[in-house]
Design a protein around this ligand. Structure first.
Ligand code: EPU
Length: 336
């Protein structure tokens, strides 16, 4: 365990927000249990890679940071492997490790920032795959009782950027390890997300494998999404809103190019990035808070923006999109 008192949190959040805080970093479940005894009030905040968080206020008390390492095979058959990763493992390094072993299932989720432990929190997803598609189970410690338990896929109640850990069990558990069921052979690649096929065609790859898909995803992400090491951001700031078919139709009558995806008989998902761009915000900058020039769903910190600067910009966008399209955008990033 490492304790970092009154330090800058700038390197602990990919938005690069400068704010002070205290961090207790755990490397094992034992570390966690030990710290729980000393700090029975619980965490001010649970932190993983800090890639989906916006600090608006100085966190009071200790931030509990999960750095539990380790990757191990728990079970394997001819067709599948069950692999477990410690919650503190870097997500992309873990994905790369699986690709090197030729295990299929995570390739579309390449280059997502953050840690393994945070991946089930919001059921991370990209390019047609969500972790729930390959998730097996996870282990988490109850922060009141100190008792560890397993959660199955069903018990996590995954939804679009959602799980029980974001609502009913918010701040009640610390995820310590996650298990994935990956393919060892006959893996079905998910190439249905348009941009992947286009990218593979562009490089002339007609028989892609796991690695080729991962490399295509990396190139697509690099072309649209800013590298947090170079420009502070937390990926998509808003969720893609799900609206009624009637509302989508009425918007479409005014904007025939509206980007939408069917959800069920009554509802449709809209591309928030498209709405924000149409409302004129793409590339907008106010002080050091801005809207990314290549992906309007991503808010960026050009250097010295405070959490509140980013928040205020997001408020302007929410209000404007609501006025123009009658759609209320919901934030995807956790605001603290
Ligand atoms: N679009 C615009 N203008 C923009 C951005 C997007 O017109 O500024 C349009 C695109 O042309 C496209 C559609 O909106 O027709 C969708 O865009 P894109 O494929 O870039 O994906 P997204 O819906 O904006 C979601 C996820 C991303 C994920 C991508 C790819 C959410 C909130 N975001 O973005 O996830 O990488 O799909 O699967 O669901 C994240 O969660 O942090 C994240 C980056």
């Amino acid at each position: 365990m490492k304790l970092h008192q009154s330090i800058s949190l700038r390197n602990y959040n990919t938005f690069g927000i400068e704010i002070p805080g205290n961090i207790a970093e755990f490397y094992s479940e034992q570390d966690l249990l030990q710290f729980m005894e000393a700090q029975p009030d619980g965490p001010a905040l649970i932190l993983g890679g800090g890639s989906n968080i916006l600090f608006r206020n100085v966190p009071q008390g200790w931030i509990w940071k999960n750095s539990i390492p380790g990757i191990q095979v728990v079970d394997r058959s001819d067709d599948f492997v069950l692999v477990e990763a410690g919650a503190g493992e870097n997500w992309h390094s873990f994905v790369q490790y699986c690709i090197e072993q030729q295990w299929g299932g995570l390739e579309n989720l390449s280059l997502i920032p953050g840690q393994v432990g945070a991946s089930p929190m919001q059921n991370i997803g990209a390019y047609g795959v969500e972790i729930k598609d390959v998730f097996h189970s996870l282990r988490a410690v109850n922060l009141k009782s100190g008792v560890a338990r397993e959660f199955s896929c069903e018990e996590c109640a995954f939804g679009y950027r959602d799980s029980v850990f974001k609502n009913v069990f918010r701040n009640q558990y610390m995820i310590t390890a996650v298990r994935f069921r990956l393919s060892r052979r006959n893996h079905v690649l998910h190439l249905d997300y348009g941009a992947i096929r286009e990218e593979l065609e562009r490089v002339g790859n007609t028989e892609p494998d796991i690695r080729a898909v991962s490399e295509a995803v990396i190139r697509i992400r690099q072309s649209k999404l800013p590298d947090p090491k170079l420009l502070g951001n937390a990926g998509s700031f808003f969720k893609n809103p799900v609206v009624s078919k009637d509302l989508a139709e009425s918007i479409k009558s005014r904007f025939p190019q509206l980007v939408s995806y069917g959800v069920d008989a009554q509802s449709v998902k809209l591309a928030a990035g498209w709405l924000i761009e149409q409302a004129g915000w793409k590339g907008y900058r106010q002080g050091d808070a801005g809207v990314h020039t290549k992906q309007a769903l991503v808010l960026v910190n050009y250097g010295k923006a405070s959490g509140d600067d980013i928040w205020q910009l997001s408020e302007l966008i929410v209000r404007d999109v609501q006025e123009k399209f009658g759609v209320v955008l919901e934030r995807e990033v956790n605001i603290c």
